[in-house]
Ligand binder design. Structure first.
Ligand code: AMP
Length: 194
């Protein structure tokens, strides 16, 4: 695809993680800003979320945060963003994050990151969108998840074609090459109909 204008990053809100993950979040935020790609993310200051946003802002990038009202204090909304949207629910947040983005990148994260990742994958499976999804498997973090997906396919619960819903890379720098090799999305997003 031609360079996306905006990329949504899903990632962990925890800070108690290895430096390698923090470095990856930093490199991705900076890489997006350097390429003039807008970052769309959950709007918090905590964990990898805060790092990716700060790195993009520090490199002069544009950052859109979308945070639900009820977790504003837990995730400490980032007050220095280009745009901050305070929304009524997790559902609205996820829908807006999808609508505002041309592609999705998944960094290491916890249950929230998995929820977001599975939603964007399953909506692609249902042809509600056909935007690229890149999973960054830093130091094999996502290996068990990728193994589970292969297991689902082997056991007949998912189709072989579902493996093509996403691309896997190992580090932040590889994300941009991966996006270039993705086909141009052709479906207009229908997420607002859900
Ligand atoms: P985690 O990976 O658990 O650290 O969470 C990463 C982000 O996902 C945080 O901003 C969470 O608020 C968000 N999150 C958690 N659960 C959900 C959900 N059901 N829908 C939308 N976002 C969620």
């Amino acid at each position: 695809m031609k360079a996306p204008k905006s990329v949504c990053v899903y990632c962990g809100s925890s800070s108690r993680v290895a430096d390698l993950h923090k470095d990856t979040a930093h490199a991705l935020g900076e890489g997006l800003a350097r390429r003039d790609i807008q970052l769309v993310y959950g709007g918090g200051r905590v964990g990898l979320m805060g790092i990716v946003a700060d790195a993009a802002l520090g490199a002069g990038g544009s950052v859109v945060g979308i945070i639900p009202e009820h977790i504003q204090s837990a995730e400490v909304e980032h007050t220095g963003l280009t745009e901050l949207h305070v929304v009524d629910s997790m559902h609205t947040r996820k829908r807006m994050m999808m609508e505002r983005s041309d592609a999705f990148v998944v960094l290491p994260g916890g249950l929230g990151t998995m929820d977001e990742t599975f939603e964007v994958l399953t909506w692609k499976q249902l042809r509600l969108h056909d935007k690229p999804i890149v999973i960054v498997d830093v130091d094999g973090y996502w290996r068990p998840l990728l193994g589970l997906i292969d297991h689902m396919i082997a056991q007949g619960f998912a189709q072989t074609g579902h493996r093509a819903l996403f691309t896997v890379v190992n580090e932040a720098d590889e994300v941009f090459d991966a996006l270039e090799h993705e086909p141009e999305p052709s479906l207009r997003t229908r997420t607002q109909k859900l």
